[in-house]
Design a protein. Structure first.
Length: 203
């Protein structure tokens, strides 16, 4: 059974991952090109069994603990999982991070920007904090362009998981695309009541 739907855009449905998504999650976590600029430990996923374990321990656990996480991105035209986008609470930094990842066949088509805009609408409406961050390897220029399109600005470098990443930030309390205005402009609709968001407040 598919996970609960959270958001919808013109071309995508964003829903919670469930255990039936292990094969798609494995593809997103094992392709060398996809994980080239990620912090995935050990060079990525090695088996479907490991993918299922990581699914349970990360996004599925995050939904229960925080009320949000990385959500599966379903291409409406095919019904297939082509990537993920969503929020993750980084306990080490006490920040909420925007993240996105798509299969190579879907690169260059604007899916990351489209999905991330909807995620940021969710963040503005449901997070009790001032900012969201985006961590990115400095060489990953395509990911940086997505963040800049969304209004994120460079805020220096930070050490995370043993590596130094560029840190981009956005103030979600002052953005002009908050609430219904953002959904209307970007073709985003939220489905049902969102889960309670339990991430610690800023500071």
């Amino acid at each position: 059974m598919a996970g609960r739907q959270i958001l919808e855009t013109e071309r995508l449905i964003l829903r919670e991952f469930d255990e039936d998504d292990a094969e798609a999650f494995f593809a997103l976590g094992s392709d060398p090109e996809v994980i080239r600029y990620t912090a995935d430990p050990g060079g990525g996923l090695k088996s479907l069994e490991q993918a299922l374990e990581v699914l349970r321990d990360r996004p599925i656990a995050d939904y229960r603990k925080h009320g949000f996480g990385r959500w599966a991105c379903i291409h409406k035209a095919t019904g297939l999982v082509i990537g993920f986008a969503g929020l993750k609470y980084l306990e080490e930094l006490q920040e909420v991070d925007l993240g996105y990842r798509f299969l190579p066949d879907c690169w260059g088509q604007g899916f990351a920007t489209e999905a991330s805009r909807s995620v940021m609408c969710f963040a503005r409406e449901h997070l009790d904090r001032q900012q969201v961050i985006g961590l990115v390897v400095p060489e990953h220029t395509a990911s940086i362009r997505v963040l800049e399109k969304l209004g994120f600005t460079f805020a220096g470098f930070v050490e995370y998981l043993g590596d130094y990443s560029a840190k981009y930030v956005i103030d979600i309390t002052n953005d002009t695309l908050s609430g219904a205005q953002g959904r209307a402009r970007h073709g985003v609709s939220a489905h049902s009541s969102p889960p309670a968001v339990n991430a610690p407040s800023r500071g």
